[in-house]
Design a protein around this ligand. Structure first.
Ligand code: FES
Length: 250
């Protein structure tokens, strides 16, 4: 189970109250992880428990007693006696607004998308209760961008990218490679492999860390596109790479 952010290493425990539930966690734990440990699900897109917290998607906002605003729970660390609220009418409205902006820049082709049923964006849109998008679809420029099929194992479809930086961070933090960057700002921003925009001419070593990190189908294994999601997968780590890919055990 993904607990949101990596575990803290401290042996000192801190007690926090989240939605009325008291939980003891190591000092340095994020509020998002503490909530997961307490069995409370906070929506999230840019955070995972294998990457350093980044705080870019803002879906994981919470209310903290005595603090102003709506801090991101993935980048906020627990403090002794902290009281956190993860669900309220205001938080839910804000999260739906954020999700509306994501969806307004994302193709609405879920039914034919290879990630259908296995897409975190789709899952989170449902979880925050998004029913309509007031802004229409504004991702037309990205639709014109060609897919990058140059890597033998996976494809990159820029129209599906939500610029959560998970692939960029995975490449850097897990594989210690800088094959990916983000170019542009706002709706025009886009993940770019290497200087040419093609994986094959980038620093990519085909470890798959970026594909594993991607919450949509922007980065997707060619085998999944061709044959669908494997029914069963096991974790393995090959001798030359520290990523720990999943592969079909059948
Ligand atoms: Fe916290 Fe994205 S999950 S800001």
């Amino acid at each position: 189970k993904d607990l949101g952010t990596p575990p803290a290493r401290s042996s000192k425990l801190v007690t926090v109250e989240i939605d009325g539930i008291k939980v003891k966690v190591p000092e340095g734990t994020s509020v998002l992880r503490a909530a997961s440990i307490a069995g409370i699900r906070i929506p999230k897109l840019c955070a995972t428990d294998t990457l350093k917290a980044f705080g870019s998607c803002r879906l994981c906002i919470v209310e903290i007693e005595g603090k102003k605003g709506y801090p991101a729970s993935c980048t906020t660390l627990v403090e002794e006696g902290m009281k956190v609220r993860t669900h309220s009418e205001r938080l839910e409205k804000l999260r739906r607004g954020i999700m509306e902006l994501y969806i307004s820049d994302h193709p609405l082709d879920c039914l034919t998308c290879p990630a259908n049923g296995n897409c975190e964006l789709q899952d989170m849109a449902g979880y925050v209760g998004l029913r309509e998008v007031r802004y229409g679809f504004d991702g037309k420029n990205h639709l014109k961008l060609p897919k990058d099929d140059s890597n033998p194992y996976f494809t990159f479809d820029p129209s599906k990218c939500i610029v959560c930086y998970r692939c960029v961070r995975a490449c850097d933090e897990i594989q210690n490679t800088i094959a990916l960057t983000v170019e542009g700002r706002g709706f025009a921003s886009l993940v770019k492999p290497g200087p040419t925009g093609r994986f094959i001419t980038s620093e990519c070593v085909s470890c798959g860390a970026c594909v594993f990190a991607c919450p949509t189908s922007a980065l997707m294994e060619k085998s999944v596109i061709e044959h669908g999601m494997p029914d069963r997968s096991v974790k393995t780590t090959c001798a030359f790479c520290g990523v720990g890919c999943s592969f079909n055990a059948e």
